[in-house]
Design a protein around this ligand. Structure first.
Ligand SMILES: CC(C)(COP(=O)(O)OP(=O)(O)OC[C@H]1O[C@@H](n2cnc3c(N)ncnc32)[C@H](O)[C@@H]1OP(=O)(O)O)[C@@H](O)C(=O)NCCC(=O)NCCS
Length: 157
């Protein structure tokens, strides 16, 4: 049976939602663990964060989370994107990015969105399909994997 998935923007998550998201994030990204405080940073006003969750009735099954770039206040960093393996290939990842970018750009606050990924996630083609380009290597993660960067500009900026 096809599972109904709803994707919504979360501005002020309830404590239970934050706990579920943190646990889902940390089990999804074992190489990059987040603290509760770091997750909270996406919901602090000054960070202008954007969070979309893809859920069925009970569980979180995907997310896109981003906030203002550390060194460039015109840019949004998409810090984490994830779709549960059972749903991959169904358009949810692309959908999360579309909603994320629409929110970031329509707010008028940002002119650019940036993403990073590691060598072991070969995501260049995936992000190109969502309109990102200008691929570069910008450093290394703590385990020595190369850090890839891609970006997308708001139209007419
Ligand atoms: C990357 C990820 C979010 C993609 O989610 P998804 O729901 O499978 O993506 P979609 O179904 O929307 O795919 C959109 C397009 O990208 C393609 N695509 C998806 N994953 C891809 C990959 N790993 N490499 C190349 N192309 C890919 C799809 O084939 C589809 O192409 P189409 O539009 O021509 O049919 C998902 O695989 C994931 O969560 N991976 C693990 C976590 C991760 O790596 N996150 C990013 C960290 S920066």
């Amino acid at each position: 049976m096809e599972m109904r998935i709803k994707t919504t923007r979360i501005k002020k998550p309830r404590r239970e939602t934050k706990e579920k998201l943190l646990s889902f994030y940390n089990s999804s990204f074992p190489k990059s663990q987040w603290s509760a405080d770091y997750l909270d940073s996406f919901f602090r006003k000054k960070n202008k964060g954007v969070c979309f969750l893809a859920k069925n009735k009970k569980e979180i099954l995907g997310f896109a989370l981003g906030k203002i770039h550390r060194d460039d206040e015109d840019s949004m960093t998409l810090c984490a994107l994830y779709v549960d393996p059972s749903l991959r290939g169904g358009g949810h990842g692309g959908g999360l990015i579309r909603m994320f970018l629409a929110q970031a750009f329509e707010s008028g606050l940002f002119k650019k969105a940036i993403i990073h990924y590691r060598d072991s996630n070969d995501l260049r083609i995936f992000y190109e399909k969502s309109g990102f380009g200008k691929h570069s290597i910008v450093g290394e993660y703590s385990n020595g994997e190369k850090k890839h960067q891609m970006e997308i500009l708001k139209e007419n900026s």
